[in-house]
Design a protein around this ligand. Structure first.
Ligand SMILES: Cc1cc2nc3c(=O)[nH]c(=O)nc-3n(C[C@H](O)[C@H](O)[C@H](O)COP(=O)(O)O)c2cc1C
Length: 274
């Protein structure tokens, strides 16, 4: 599509949009030109005002998490019930750690990390799952994947974590650590970790209630889940770091997800400390 045809389509959309949304889009566009910063477009259309609460985007789901039916399912061991360390000390000592020992992770460590990142811990009043992290409208847009290279008792491969069953679904076999490092702009430490958790966002779950505000909310959700990874890794004496520098579309290709429906948020290479 040419720029002219895109602008003509945008003008058509604007004319047909509800007045309050039209005003928000126009304000965002004009502020983005004035400030030379396209962020303003989204900044303004995602705002709540008395006359504008966004446009709900449809989302049909049986569950509030993905399930890969037909893929091999691997039951995970019970997560640790206690780490034996003080939460305040853990918050204070948490650091981004980019060096990993050669030892493989145990399945118990992986199970504990995944459970305390996005695990289900209860039900909402309408029957939806509640997870360990806070979520706008309890709509739970965050999905977790695991790339396992050296995890005792787990075949090398790319997995999806099913939080309802506390199990892994094998998406494809193989060691993807070097591929992940390449996708992460060549960050070598990513390729050296025995495992990597990747968080994505199915933003329409959130958008079914919060409309255009959902891009903001769903990334905040992912931020809360991400901090859990850091804190649990710290409590288990493991090393991890949030990795946000990656080629989005290549990561989507590796995960075999539609990059517009499910957006990568962060990767977390994880291993023992050196
Ligand atoms: C959204 C986000 C993206 C990040 N991306 C990367 C990254 O691509 N590679 C990396 O080595 N560290 C990355 N980091 C880690 C930061 O560099 C790190 O948190 C920062 O230097 C502060 O250090 P601390 O976490 O030890 O307090 C990222 C952190 C955040 C929150």
């Amino acid at each position: 599509m040419s720029l002219d045809s895109i602008l003509a389509a945008l003008a058509g959309r604007l004319r047909g949009a509800p007045e309050a949304l039209r005003e928000r889009i126009l304000k965002g566009l004009s502020r983005s030109v004035y400030r030379d910063d396209l962020t303003m477009v989204y900044h303004y259309i995602s705002m709540i005002s008395e006359d504008y609460h966004g446009v709900d985007l449809p989302y049909e789901a049986e569950d509030f998490y993905k399930t890969y039916k037909g893929k091999p399912s691997i039951a995970l061991p019970e997560p640790h019930a206690k780490a034996g360390v003080d939460i305040l000390e853990v918050i204070k000592s948490r650091r981004s750690r980019r060096r990993y020992s050669r030892r493989p992770l145990s399945l118990g460590e992986v199970a504990t990390l995944l459970y305390y990142t996005v695990g289900v811990v209860g039900r909402t009043w309408w029957g939806g799952p509640k997870r360990v992290y806070p979520s706008a409208g309890a709509l739970q847009p965050v999905e977790a994947y695991l790339s396992a290279s050296r995890v005792n008792g787990l075949e090398e491969g790319l997995y999806h974590y099913n939080p309802g069953k506390h199990s892994l679904e094998l998406l494809k076999k193989g060691d993807y650590s070097l591929e992940l490092a390449r996708i992460a702009l060549g960050q070598e430490h990513v390729g050296e970790a025995p495992a990597c958790i990747i968080l994505t966002i199915v933003y329409r779950r959130t958008a079914s209630k919060y409309g255009l505000r959902s891009y903001k909310y769903s990334h905040l959700d992912a931020g809360f889940a991400s901090q859990n990874i850091y804190l649990v890794a710290e409590a288990l004496n493991l090393a991890t770091v949030a990795v946000g520098a990656y080629y989005d579309e290549e990561l989507c290709k590796l995960l075999e997800i539609d990059c517009e429906e499910e957006m990568p948020a962060l990767m977390f290479p994880i291993g023992g400390r050196t």
